[in-house]
Design a protein around this ligand. Structure first.
Ligand SMILES: [Fe+2]
Ligand SMILES: [Fe+2]
Length: 482
């Protein structure tokens, strides 16, 4: 069950045989059940349902086809009418990939134990929908079949709850099924080091993600996802055009709330972990710059220009939409990492050196800092933007992005990191320029619950044991200075 709006929804399922199944749908408003689907036979089935009524509960059964058993009966509820100011609740959490242990904490690359717990809370707390910002499974495998089996396991875990509650899904760095190249080491003739690059379409991670998951496509304001990014030619005869963004960049509205998902892990190139760098005198953050120069592609946390233009256009439309009071932006890698990812995300401090951030604007793709600043300046432009929601760091933190950090940050916006979905936890870092802006930090597994009564937006953060870790009343005091 995905892409629920005030008047539509998408129901999807898979079968091991080619079938032409259908959905039987009914509500208290319908005299007769509706039968939808039964397109041409296949194994992946996606039925888009239109013409639904707002704030209505629908019951459905999937009839997968001849000689197959029907599904359980599930129900879902459509969104309130656009612009309605009334109470609803949703959750946000991230990074449910495998923990450091084994068994159920590493079920085919997923921490099923913690993830299931948080999914059950989503149901128990009667959330209308969930936002998940990536790192669903371990990924980082060159074996596409194995990677797709991880996605299948993820869906099996989500299914019991996801059949009734829509989850909007973002892409993270662990959504990664790359090719490995050997890069000649300019420092040691005859030596080479391994680097990963995202595959080209139709096997880029953006394509795999869009094929396997059901998400909205493009902006809710009617324009498609960003055009593929491009760059000058590279060695190895690789394409100069990046993959299609597909369903990794999109937005949707729920009543008076606008949510935009961006892709911080587009067209990834990186060096392979485990290579011995100790004998190298040439250290460009462990060879990543060399890999980018040779292979092209992009580094994690670097926001590319077409996507930023897309975001600005999308947020501008939401800002001028009188139905919308709040905007949230979901970004897997945080603009200001503070708990485990100083040496990537949108900072790229050099490992084992005092945190100060690398800035190499002379590089072809520039560096993350100017693009991060461009990203933040876009968020600052639109007063309805209340927060950027991130994962990547396996903990919880909340910090204020405001003029105390940089005089150009003229309006306070919260950065909320909730990456405690099951991946190995990280402790708080120190030494970065925004250290004093961090208002709350917890290494516990966690999820964020947002509540609105129509007038204010409120955040309560819980551990997996339902202790309250943090809360923010009245987001509007931050986003709408009075
Ligand atoms: Fe991540
Ligand atoms: Fe992560």
């Amino acid at each position: 069950m995905d892409c629920v709006t005030q008047n539509s929804a998408v129901i999807s399922w898979e079968t091991d045989q080619n079938t032409a199944g259908y959905v039987v749908l009914n509500s208290a408003l319908d005299a007769e059940p509706r039968k939808l689907g039964a397109g041409s036979p296949g194994k992946r089935h996606e039925v888009s349902i239109a013409g639904l009524s707002p704030e209505t509960t629908y019951h459905y059964v999937v009839e997968p086809g001849k000689d197959a058993f029907p599904s359980f009966e599930y129900s879902f509820r459509t969104a309130p009418p656009d612009g309605e100011r009334r109470p609803f609740r949703f959750v946000f959490f991230s990074d449910c990939r495998a923990g450091a242990e084994s068994g159920n904490t590493d079920y085919n690359g997923i921490n099923a134990q913690v993830f299931q717990r948080l999914l059950q809370e989503t149901m128990h707390q009667k959330a209308s929908f969930g936002l998940l910002s990536g790192d669903f499974s371990n990924g980082y495998t060159t074996d596409l079949t194995y990677y797709e089996s991880q996605i299948r396991s993820w869906k099996e875990i989500v299914q019991p709850i996801g059949a009734s509650i829509p989850f909007f899904k973002g892409v993270g760095n662990h959504e990664c099924a790359p090719v490995i190249f050997k890069i000649p080491d300019p420092d040691s003739p005859g030596r080479a080091f391994p680097a990963l690059r995202d595959r080209e379409d139709p096997y880029s991670i953006e394509s795999i993600f869009s094929r396997n998951f059901v998400n909205p496509a493009g902006s809710v304001y009617g324009f498609p996802s960003p055009a593929p990014e491009s760059q000058p030619g590279k060695k190895f005869h690789l394409s100069n055009l990046g993959p299609d963004y597909g369903e990794t960049v999109f937005s949707f509205n729920w009543a008076n709330l606008h949510i935009a998902f961006i892709n911080t892990n587009y067209w990834t190139t990186c060096v392979k972990d485990g290579f011995d760098w100790s004998s190298r005198s040439f250290t460009d953050r462990e060879g990543n710059f060399i890999a980018l120069d040779v292979l092209g592609g992009n580094k994690e946390g670097y926001l590319m220009p077409n996507m930023l233009s897309w975001l600005e256009r999308d947020l501008k439309a939401a800002q001028s939409d009188s139905d919308i009071d709040w905007i949230l932006v979901v970004s897997h890698e945080p603009p200001f990492p503070c708990g485990g990812h100083l040496s990537d995300a949108m900072y790229w401090a050099k490992k084992h050196e005092p945190a100060q951030g690398l800035n190499r604007p002379e590089r072809l793709l520039g560096d993350v800092l100017p693009m991060r600043d461009r990203f933040i300046s876009i968020l600052m432009k639109f007063p309805k933007v209340a927060a950027v929601l991130s994962g990547h760091e396996h903990n919880y933190s909340r910090m204020k992005i405001d003029s105390a950090l940089n005089p150009r940050y003229t309006r306070p916006i919260w950065q909320i990191i909730s990456g405690g979905g099951g991946a190995p936890y990280y402790l708080q870092d120190t030494g970065m320029p925004w250290e004093n802006s961090i208002a709350c930090f917890s290494p516990l597994p966690n999820y964020c619950r947002f509540d609105t009564d129509g007038k204010s937006l409120k955040l309560t953060v819980f551990s997996d044991g339902n202790e309250v870790i943090d809360n923010v009343d009245h987001f509007e005091r931050v986003s709408f200075p009075k």
